[in-house]
Design a protein around this ligand. Structure first.
Ligand SMILES: Nc1nc2c(ncn2[C@@H]2O[C@H](COP(=O)(O)OP(=O)(O)OP(=O)(O)O)[C@@H](O)[C@H]2O)c(=O)[nH]1
Length: 262
């Protein structure tokens, strides 16, 4: 019998580039599970509560169960390096609606390689879509390679964008050493049923105390444009321990210790 059976809700992260369908996937999960599970949602946006408002207007949960975290800057930082705002939001939601079964946390969607800290979520889904191109899955990165589930979303659009879905799924499976990949469209009931079954499976092992949160690893160094910065922006890198640094310089600039901005 495992000793650490959790008493709190399963926290499930949903990450992926802008517009790949994270909010819609959360709406789909809520629609398919709201009758049998007690759910809550937290969204992350830089300056707005746009995603929370979308989900509230979709009517998939009571509006009060959907909370927005406004990160102010670098939304990936709020799910990886300094997770305080999200942890407080999750704890508040769990206290206000106790007991909850699952809290879904949507990332800000600002970067292809953003991942959640395993200190914030128990499991994470990384969402790509076919409209981003069939070769995206081959490019790898921590979310694509090591999230608990990779979703290849909007498969209904594949014929219009010339993407071979089975090939994209096979490429993704290769990049993931066999970890789970799901081809999804919100209009394809069979794929929605697979997503639902996956969430229930993770919840079951979370409740048994046998689920072990995995760290996909830190995101790749990337450039933040900033008009007021003398170099036009700065390079943002994350280390294995979850810290992060800002360095002066344009894209391609190799930072040295002396130009670390902290
Ligand atoms: N055809 C099709 N469109 C979809 C599907 N899922 C989402 N979309 C559309 O894709 C667009 C982006 O969806 P969102 O759910 O807002 O994507 P997101 O990743 O949350 O976007 P950000 O929060 O801005 O990063 C919207 O126009 C959705 O209606 C799908 O399965 N099929």
């Amino acid at each position: 019998m495992p000793e650490n059976i959790p008493t709190r809700a399963l926290r499930l992260g949903v990450a992926g580039p802008v517009g790949t369908g994270k909010s819609s996937l959360i709406a789909t999960v809520c629609r398919s599970l709201a009758d049998e599970l007690r759910l809550g949602v937290i969204t992350n946006d830089i300056y707005t509560d746009e995603d929370a408002r979308f989900l509230r207007s979709a009517g998939v949960l009571e509006p009060e169960r959907i909370r927005a975290v406004e990160t102010g800057a670098c939304p990936h930082t709020a799910i990886r390096d300094d997770i305080t705002m999200n942890l407080l939001a999750a704890e508040d939601l769990e206290r206000d609606f106790a007991p909850l079964d699952v809290v879904l946390i949507e990332s800000g969607g600002d970067n292809l390689t953003a991942t959640f800290s395993p200190a914030l979520v128990d499991a994470q889904i990384f969402v790509l879509d076919v409209a981003g191109g069939g070769d995206v899955a081959r490019k790898g990165g921590p979310g694509i390679g090591r999230a608990d589930l990779l979703v290849v979303n909007k498969t209904d659009l594949a014929p219009y964008v010339g993407v071979d879905v089975p090939q994209m799924v096979a490429d993704a499976s290769d990049a993931r050493d066999g970890r789970a990949v799901l081809a999804l469209s919100r209009s394809d009931a069979a794929s929605v049923a697979e997503l639902r079954a996956w969430v229930l499976g993770v919840l079951e092992s979370h409740r048994r105390g046998t689920h072990v949160p995995q760290d996909p690893g830190p995101m790749a160094p990337h450039f933040h444009a900033d008009e007021e910065h003398p170099d036009g922006g700065f390079v943002h890198s994350h280390d294995e321990e979850g810290g992060h640094e800002h360095h002066s310089g344009a894209p391609g600039h190799v930072p040295s210790l002396s130009d670390t901005r902290g």
